[in-house]
Design a protein around this ligand. Structure first.
Ligand code: AMP
Ligand code: ZN
Ligand code: FE
Ligand code: FE
Length: 271
């Protein structure tokens, strides 16, 4: 039951639609995927519909939230919640509205730096209700202001750079409480990327259910260390590709990073 538990679609900053993601996942030899868009659950339904075209291919409802703790960005993945839940939908709407306002602020900062891009230039690369920095990066590339996405982030969009604007972020406890109230599971995303490792123990104390062990940016040592943590604290070990399609990845990560759902009975039961 090869399952990629972390991927993004056009409903956040991925470059393929949920249906395309399902087709490509099947093609790559996976047996199931979780759709984990940033701040959005609206791509899940289309993926579920598409998945029904294939025999035994399963779609797991998911989401990735960006929280802030110790002044560091902490990503939490939610799984197996009710994706028609009113609470989830109203929270994600609030987050997306805040993203649009923040996107407009970033564009204004760029304008003040003499860069002529408009909201329309950015929305060409995004859904109207979701703006992420990669969409702004795309517009900067299009207009010839930078040559690559990395350059866009390095020059303008990263924290500390002249067009940076903080995004509205939830607290770790809020996310865990919400996902648990929807009978879902919470996993700490790509802990290997955290600068302050004490954040991991904070999340465990706060009640996460799992840790993302498999991730393309994790070293072999990361994987072994995090497996030990899951064993010590009786947590589930999740994993996936964090695939965004062309926006971010050089080579295709899909089909290369996955977990066996048989090893996660708590999740398999819900699926
Ligand atoms: P935002 O959610 O709008 O704050 O933007 C963060 C997103 O940008 C995340 O999905 C990151 O994966 C992505 N990102 C961060 N740095 C880069 C980069 N250098 N190139 C491409 N994408 C990036
Ligand atoms: Zn992303
Ligand atoms: Fe993330
Ligand atoms: Fe991600």
């Amino acid at each position: 039951m090869k399952t990629d538990l972390h991927l993004h679609t056009t409903f956040s900053d991925g470059s393929y639609t949920p249906s395309q993601a399902v087709d490509m996942a099947v093609e790559s030899g996976l047996d199931g995927i979780a759709i984990t868009d940033h701040d959005s659950i609206e791509g899940i339904e289309a993926a579920v519909k598409r998945g029904k075209l294939y025999n035994d291919f399963y779609i797991i409802p998911g989401i990735e939230f960006g929280c802030i703790y110790l002044d560091e960005e902490v990503h939490l993945l939610g799984y197996c919640f009710d994706y028609y839940s009113k609470d989830m939908l109203s929270l994600t709407k609030r987050l997306k509205d805040a993203r649009v306002t923040r996107g407009e602020k970033i564009i204004k900062k760029l304008n003040n730096l003499g860069i002529k891009i408009t909201v329309d230039d950015v929305i060409k690369h995004a859904r109207k209700d979701y703006i992420g920095r990669p969409h702004i990066g795309r517009a900067l590339i299009d207009k010839g202001y930078v040559n690559s996405m990395d350059e866009a982030f390095e020059k303008y969009l990263n924290r500390g750079k002249p067009a940076y604007v903080e995004r509205y972020k939830l607290r770790i406890e809020e996310v865990i409480e919400l996902i648990h109230s929807e009978n879902g599971l919470v996993s700490l995303a790509h802990p290997g990327l955290l600068n302050q490792k004490e954040i991991i123990s904070h999340c465990i104390k706060a009640g996460i259910d799992g840790i993302e062990v498999i991730h393309p940016k994790h070293s072999n040592k990361n994987v072994l260390d995090f497996i030990k943590v899951t064993e010590k604290f009786n947590l589930i070990a999740t994993g996936g590709s964090d695939w965004h399609g062309n926006f971010k990845d050089g080579d295709c990560l899909l089909g290369k990073y996955y977990v066996n759902l048989n090893n996660i009975p708590e999740m398999k039961r819900r699926v």
